[in-house]
Ligand binder design. Structure first.
Ligand code: 0PR
Length: 382
């Protein structure tokens, strides 16, 4: 497809764009039940449009955007009890996890480094191990699909540069026992990274009774970095991943000099990066406040539980009782059921490792969508 010699008119270009947009699925239809992203909050769209030119890769040119990034990361740090923590808004959970493990690897600087990962860790860590030359060592899970801390302990060797725990696994929304991992990390002087890409903007807003036992943040001494993605439960515009380091000491393990730019060093892997997502993230934080986030989290949890209860009443087995906003269930043929649901327009996932159907309840999902899903499920799977 060669580049056109003569360009199209604005009208023709827009018409083509609209055609393509019609092919995209819309969160607002309620049929997307497999995604951790959601439609951006209206204020995020406004902020994004205002800051389209902004490049945080050269922040001296975009001081207002830089201030918004810093303020947004400070709000996030305070949510995670990170008094001295330093944070950056990056392209997503993958880049955030990459920065964390790069810092851990650089901090220890040994040959043949290893990282201990729960079997449930996100696939981004597979990519990261390849990129960083880290050997992954996998720890087993317990019956509730959380990492078994005794297994983590057994995986540690003199080559271990980091261990990872997840606060909200991608497949099940399970929260690893980060407090136990932190104790192990402190005792063995190992860097602990927490992947809270999903849970980081959800767990702090759970009802106190649901939150107990789910501590995952800098309150725990062993936690050296946390990933939290505003482009998931933070309802901002893409791309917006967050990485927070406990303090400068860890952040500076990935600092690079940039002598001829307006700012003389960078911590992020990417150079040029959008200030629009930073502005959008800031705007959502300011607009929702703690109460707004609590309301949204409460609604997602309520619908998750409604779905889980109904599925059990229909006779499906749940893989685990949901902790966050993911329901995973099994039928006699879960893979076929997922295909049939897909044919009916419902975007749900099939998870081969667990042989189950997985449903993610995000802020775009409403009660009527759940009821419509359940009706179709009954028709399909009689
Ligand atoms: N860590 C966890 C726990 C995640 O769930 C994810 C992504 C990542 C890291 C990586 O984040 P980025 O994708 O931002 O780099 N979780 C979703 C998943 O794999 C990503 C996603 C989002 C997939 C929307 C599909 C989709 O429609 O399920």
């Amino acid at each position: 497809m060669p580049l056109r010699t003569k360009g199209l008119t604005k009208k023709a270009v827009v018409a083509e764009l609209k055609k393509a947009l019609e092919q995209d699925s819309k969160y607002s239809d309620g049929k997307i039940l497999c995604s951790m992203c959601t439609g951006p909050h209206p204020i995020a769209k406004i902020a994004n449009r205002l800051f389209l030119e902004s490049n945080l890769g050269d922040p001296g040119l975009f001081l207002g955007s830089l201030r918004l990034e810093r303020e947004a990361m400070k709000r996030l740090a305070s949510l995670l009890n990170g008094e001295n923590s330093v944070g950056f808004l990056v392209s997503g959970g993958t880049e955030a996890n990459l920065m964390a493990l790069l810092a851990a690897r650089n901090a220890k600087n040994i040959s043949d480094p290893e990282v201990v990962l729960p079997k449930s860790a996100h696939f981004s860590f597979t990519k990261i191990c390849g990129l960083l030359g880290l050997k992954p060592v996998y720890a087993n899970l317990d019956n509730s699909c959380r990492v078994d801390s005794a297994s983590i302990q057994k995986c540690l060797t003199s080559k271990t540069v980091a261990m990872v725990g997840t606060a909200g696994t991608a497949e099940l929304g399970a929260v690893d026992p980060i407090d136990k991992l932190s104790d192990i990390a402190v005792r063995n002087e190992i860097y602990l990274h927490v992947d809270a890409a999903l849970g980081g903007l959800m767990i702090p807003f759970l009802e106190p009774s649901d939150r107990s036992g789910l501590t995952f943040d800098f309150k725990l001494e062993g936690v050296k970095s946390v990933t939290v993605d505003p482009h998931k439960m933070g309802m901002t515009t893409l791309p917006a991943g967050g990485i927070l380091f406990r303090n400068n000491r860890y952040a500076d393990c990935i600092r690079t000099e940039t002598p001829y730019l307006t700012e003389k060093h960078q911590h992020t892997i990417v150079g040029t990066r959008t200030g629009a997502a930073a502005a959008a993230t800031w705007a959502v934080f300011e607009s929702l406040g703690r109460e707004g986030f609590q309301k949204i989290t409460r609604q997602c949890i309520k619908l998750t539980r409604l779905l889980a209860t109904k599925l059990e009443a229909f006779g499906y087995g749940l893989v685990v009782q949901p902790t966050l906003n993911i329901v995973a269930f099994r039928s006699s043929n879960s893979s076929l059921l997922q295909k049939k649901l897909l044919q009916c327009g419902w975007f749900v996932s099939y998870v081969p490792r667990l042989d189950c159907v997985r449903v993610v309840i995000m802020p775009h999902t409403k009660k009527n969508h759940i009821h419509a899903f359940l009706r179709d499920l009954r028709d399909i799977d009689r």
